[in-house]
Design a protein around this ligand. Structure first.
Ligand code: GTQ
Ligand code: FE2
Length: 367
């Protein structure tokens, strides 16, 4: 052993010169995350009036969108990019008659229509997905998509992408189609979306990814309303996940979409989880308290709850229910065995409703 008169600091900088770092430097950092991570980003809200004003303005300033998108992304005030560290949410506008040119990318995306109607659609891998108000349309990773507004009015929808996640994995690919529109499938029987649901062709191989899926609001809203009398989650109220019809699992491999009913007077319990989420107010008014910040929201506002921040929802209206659409990165965290929740695990934890009467009295093994 040789004696050295070097200080640790001198040694650290010598190591840096040869592109090495002692673990003791991380050890100092680890002391700051003993109770979990510092949330990435801050709670924030983007108000509908302000968004709408800027979208309308963007139609003048960006007269034609061509291959670009007239999308305004909601940038978290405490982040370089994105709404959370994994998710980007924004709103997009198309003028009447306009087309957002076809392209594809390895960032997965979804659209939640706000001002849509007959004539507004996203074409996904050749399949026309109509966008009426509050319809959800998936554009899975690497699927071709173009948006077309054949209505007489300006169209608006919410865009949500797993941008930060794919950026941090440095797995971004992008390809313009080279023309305004992609070809459309001629035969409706060939639609992959026609294979998603309760029946499927027995002669075909099953396929469970990269399928264009549309969830019409007219199907979803009654399902939500039908659950209004349930106990629901103490932390999220009546929250339903948009199931992927091909897998039965989460909406997309990385992102899960929820539709959430907060009944009049409902106040949820405070909790936190390692996932982050972005919210869009479909209807109603209320508040969300995130750590020290209280945010009031109303129809068509968009807000964000960063990961690992304590939060609870309040609908203090005496008359009106509130409905929130949201997108979270729970599937990503679960896939990596990193989904944690405090004070308890609330997801998928309650028992199913029991068989009525005394029908379970026999010894049949049932699950
Ligand atoms: O509409 O295809 O917000 O490609 C960002 C990237 C929207 C889109 C965004 C996109 C799109
Ligand atoms: Fe895109």
């Amino acid at each position: 052993m040789t004696e050295t008169s070097k200080s640790l600091e001198e040694f650290d900088s010598e190591l840096a010169k040869v592109h090495m770092r002692g673990q003791w430097q991380y050890d100092r950092m680890l002391g700051t995350v003993i109770g979990g991570p510092k949330p990435a980003g801050v709670p924030a809200i983007w108000r509908w009036n302000n968004i709408l004003e800027k979208l309308v303005e963007s139609c003048d300033v960006l007269e034609e969108s061509f291959t670009a998108r007239r999308n305004l992304t909601f940038i978290n005030p405490a982040l370089e990019r994105g709404t959370t560290h994994t998710i980007a949410m924004g709103m997009q506008m198309l003028k009447p008659g306009e087309i957002a040119w076809a392209h594809r990318h390895t960032i997965a995306a979804l659209r939640f229509a706000i001002q849509g109607g007959d004539g507004l659609s996203t074409v996904v891998d050749g399949e026309i997905c109509p966008m009426e108000a509050y319809d959800l349309v998936l554009t899975p990773r690497w699927t071709w998509h173009d948006h077309e507004n054949a209505t007489g009015d300006h169209a608006i929808w919410l865009d949500v992408l797993d941008l930060g996640l794919v950026m941090s994995l440095n797995a971004i690919f992008y390809e313009p189609f080279g023309d305004e529109r992609q070809p459309k499938r001629a035969d409706p029987a060939d639609y992959l979306a026609a294979r998603a649901g309760s029946v499927r062709p027995v002669w075909e191989r099953r396929r469970d990814s990269h399928v264009p899926i549309r969830y019409p609001w007219r199907d979803i809203e009654p399902r939500l309303v039908a659950m209004a009398g349930s106990e629901g989650s103490s932390y999220d109220g009546i929250a339903l996940e948009y199931a992927n019809p091909m897998t039965g699992g989460p909406t997309l491999p990385t992102l899960s979409c929820w539709i959430q009913l907060l009944r009049s007077g409902e106040e949820t319990l405070v909790h936190r989880h390692t996932s982050s989420s972005v919210y869009f107010v479909v209807r109603g008014t209320g508040r969300v308290v995130v750590d020290e910040t209280e945010i009031e929201w109303t129809k068509h506002d968009a807000f964000v709850i960063p990961n690992w921040s304590w939060h609870r929802f309040i609908n203090d209206s005496k008359e009106h229910d509130a409905i929130l659409f949201s997108v979270n990165d729970i599937p990503t965290l679960k896939a990596l065995d990193l989904y944690f929740e405090e004070p308890e695990l609330s997801l998928a934890s309650a028992p199913w409703p029991a068989v009525p009467g005394n029908l379970t009295r026999d010894r049949r093994r049932s699950s």
